[in-house]
Design a protein around this ligand. Structure first.
Ligand code: NAD
Length: 280
């Protein structure tokens, strides 16, 4: 049955620029995956708010790269785990761009420790940034989508992409706080998807496997570490941030308009139980 209620269903895509005319905010966008998503979004035609909390020079460099390519971008400082900073950041983004269409809640970190050694501070830090940060940003984005007065630029009334991890399903010894935060993101995302779909807002997640970024240098920097890592990756190579950037463009675009509440695993097969490849 055709969509009879979506007033934006007639929005025409621009060839080669699936996000043309759309405004996005990407958290943790001055490094790694967030940076690649910001650059891919800009190449796809979106204006991008580049969130950062440390290293403003790196955020400015991302903004400059986008502007040099003829795109529109601003850098916005905010700690995603602090409510007032998140609220101020979204207000600034809407003030600057006029409206908001896409959030990529990407900011995240690790504070690893054996379970009996894990401090409450390490636990709270990871849950605060990885999970509460996604709650605060998703809530602010949803309010911005609902307040929209600008003409529709997409079939959906707004899109949220939560950056999760294969560790939303793979337990990870020595990383209880991180795995708990990503497991939490899974059901946060699915609940938001269920609650917001009737409003025309699509919420999905990307679960990266091992991606070459500063968060996990120990896993790929030496030849021995890389070889060990490959025992976990059936496809036989580490993921690059651009692998996630391309997936995010698709998930934010009308090409995925009927995709709601899904986690897209971009992991080279890491979640395929590679230990069983030879019979277990
Ligand atoms: P990264 O360290 O390069 O990037 C993390 C970004 O988050 C940085 O820009 C950092 O400054 C930012 N950040 C941290 N705390 C913040 C805060 N309080 N407020 C705002 N920003 C904050 O690492 P990455 O690999 O690019 O990680 C990005 C996301 O991808 C994270 O959520 C991570 O859990 C997830 N992820 C990464 C991998 C991987 O293999 N690299 C795998 C699965 C999931």
């Amino acid at each position: 049955m055709p969509n009879q209620t979506n007033p934006a269903a007639t929005v025409k895509p621009t060839p080669g620029k699936p996000l043309a005319g759309q405004n996005a905010l990407v958290t943790g966008a001055n490094s790694g995956i967030g940076k690649a998503v910001a650059l891919a979004f800009a190449a796809a035609g979106a204006a991008v708010a580049v969130n950062f909390v440390t290293d403003p020079a790196a955020a400015d460099a991302v903004v400059q790269t986008i502007r040099d390519g003829g795109g529109k971008a601003i850098a916005l400082k905010a700690d995603v785990s602090v409510e007032a900073e998140v609220e101020a950041m979204f207000a600034r983004a809407v003030e600057e761009f006029g409206s908001l269409d896409i959030l990529v809640a990407n900011a995240g970190l690790q504070r690893d420790a054996a379970f009996t050694q894990m401090t409450l501070e390490q636990w709270n830090k990871v849950l605060g940034v990885n999970l509460t940060g996604q709650f605060l940003c998703a809530r602010a984005a949803t309010r911005a989508f609902e307040a929209r007065s600008a003409p529709a630029v997409s079939r959906a009334a707004g899109k949220i992409i939560c950056m999760s991890s294969v560790h939303q399903v793979i337990p990870w010894a020595g990383h209880a706080n991180y795995a708990a935060s990503k497991g939490g993101i899974k059901l946060l995302m699915e609940t938001l998807a269920q609650e917001l779909a009737p409003k025309g807002i699509r919420v999905n997640a990307i679960a990266p496997g091992a991606i070459r970024t500063p968060i996990n240098t120990a896993a790929w920097q030496t030849e021995a570490a890389y070889k060990q890592l490959m025992t976990l990756v059936p496809y036989g190579r580490i993921g690059e941030p651009e692998d996630i950037g391309r997936a995010a463009v698709w998930l934010a675009s009308d090409d995925s308009d009927y995709v709601v509440g899904t986690t897209l695993f971009v992991d080279g097969g890491m979640t395929l139980y590679p230990g069983f490849a030879t019979g277990g």
